[in-house]
Design a protein around this ligand. Structure first.
Ligand SMILES: [Fe+2]
Length: 429
């Protein structure tokens, strides 16, 4: 097992989950399945002040909707996008931020399908702002992306960065600093001010940093709070370590800039998991991939004094009923997800016990333990239930079975380090 460093546990977890999800999307027949999680809490706080929704990694793909494919939630990507837009409106969100990987590739028809959905949502009163992720450009270029999403940020911007697809919006007594963290193909870099690059790494250029500072200065002078967002992550150790594939050039400098101007929250996606990082007064909220369990997003409630951050599961079933869907999977989506993931959890333990045998009773208790830990992770209760989970009958059996498998070390890390903030938190402004 890799020795833990100051930031290692959560980024190791992040990397592990990312790999698992990537495998599930790319090649489900060979993937080790993720474990089972529990139902989301039913009670949800009422809006306070301005309510915003943040979703990420929607990976819309109209060509990837074969319900018999075994791809699970991925095959429902089109419906889940509709359900998200419905649920955000139902919860009283006025704004929705999509923090990149909007589509499964930078192909125009996929973006056009999303634009059609976003246009319908705006007609219903939900204003949408988008950002590019590493999957969203090439073959389409930066210029084409901005034109496609003109109605969802680029034509509404208070200012646009000449060097990237970053832009800034001022509305509702708030500044939204929407950062293009790149990471897409260099062939897509066609803005006049875009830097010359020969690689496809994530980066924030010097010019983009200067532009961001000008925006932050404007917010300071106008007395506006700032919410910053980007696709790539700033605070996890992996995003600061070169040659990891997750590194963001100048990411630390941008984080320092946010602190300098008193910005308290940076919103990101990319890792396909929910996590909260906090360092020197700056908090980063990672929003999970929409098209995987638990089809979650993040809700922000902004008042003059506070910014409340609350995770939420898309109520797919209510959307399905309200829109007359006939597919029984959609009408009972939560139990379908639970059932599917529970069996995947079982399959994972079955694979592990082939190498590290357990008795039948021990195996069943290991499965129950695995299910309980992941349930607690996704419903945010894991920190509060840490000791109870460690005391479960299947604890020892699971880790004996997991010896030599990645699940072993990352589940231990998860149990030891998961933040109580996974259940939501409030930042004083
Ligand atoms: Fe993604």
């Amino acid at each position: 097992m890799k020795k833990a460093t100051k930031f290692a546990p959560l980024w190791m977890l992040a990397a592990a989950l990312l790999c698992l999800l990537a495998l599930l999307i790319a090649s489900p027949e060979t993937a080790e399945a993720p474990p089972t999680q529990s139902a989301a809490p039913t009670a949800f706080p009422t809006p306070e002040g301005l309510r915003l929704a943040v979703a990420s990694d929607t990976h819309l793909d109209p060509a990837n909707t074969d319900k018999q494919s075994g791809l699970g939630e991925t095959a429902y990507n089109m419906e889940l996008a509709d359900a998200l837009l419905y649920d955000a409106r139902e919860q009283g969100a006025k704004l929705l931020l999509l923090t990149g990987d909007l589509c499964n590739s930078g192909r125009r028809p996929k973006h056009e399908a999303l634009v059609e959905k976003l246009r319908a949502a705006e007609a219903e009163g939900l204003t949408v702002f988008v950002l590019p992720g590493n999957h969203d450009l090439a073959p389409i270029t930066q210029t084409e992306f901005a034109a496609l999403y003109a109605e969802f940020g680029y034509d509404e911007a208070y200012s646009r960065d000449a060097a990237s697809l970053s832009y800034c919006v001022m509305r509702d007594e708030l500044m939204l600093l929407m950062m293009d963290t790149a990471g897409y193909g260099v062939a897509a870099l066609d803005l006049e001010g875009a830097p010359t690059r020969t690689d496809s790494y994530a980066f924030l250029s010097e010019e983009t940093l200067r532009w961001a500072q000008t925006m932050l200065q404007s917010a300071r002078e106008l007395g506006l709070p700032v919410l910053a967002a980007g696709h790539y992550n700033l605070l996890p150790e992996i995003s600061r370590t070169e040659n990891t594939g997750y590194y963001v050039e100048n990411g630390e400098r941008f984080a320092a800039l946010l602190r300098q101007y008193g910005c308290k929250l940076y919103l990101s996606g990319h890792m396909h998991l929910r996590a909260v990082y906090e360092e020197e007064g700056l908090t980063e909220q990672l929003t999970e991939c929409l098209i995987a369990y638990p089809t979650g997003y993040t809700v922000l409630d902004l008042t003059a004094e506070n910014l409340r951050v609350t995770p939420r599961r898309v109520d797919v079933e209510s959307w399905a009923a309200a829109t007359g869907q006939s597919d029984p999977v959609l009408l009972g989506f939560e139990s379908w997800q639970r059932q599917g993931l529970r069996s995947e959890c079982r399959e994972t333990v079955e694979i592990m016990v082939q190498r590290n045998p357990l008795g039948e009773g021990e195996k069943e208790s290991a499965i129950r333990f695995f299910d309980a830990v992941m349930s607690a992770y996704w419903d945010g209760s894991i920190a509060a239930r840490r000791e109870e989970l460690k005391g479960m009958e299947g604890y020892g059996a699971f880790f004996r079975a997991a010896e030599g498998f990645s699940y072993g070390w990352w589940l231990k890390d998860l149990l030891d380090t998961a933040s109580p903030k996974l259940a939501g938190f409030t930042i004083r402004l």
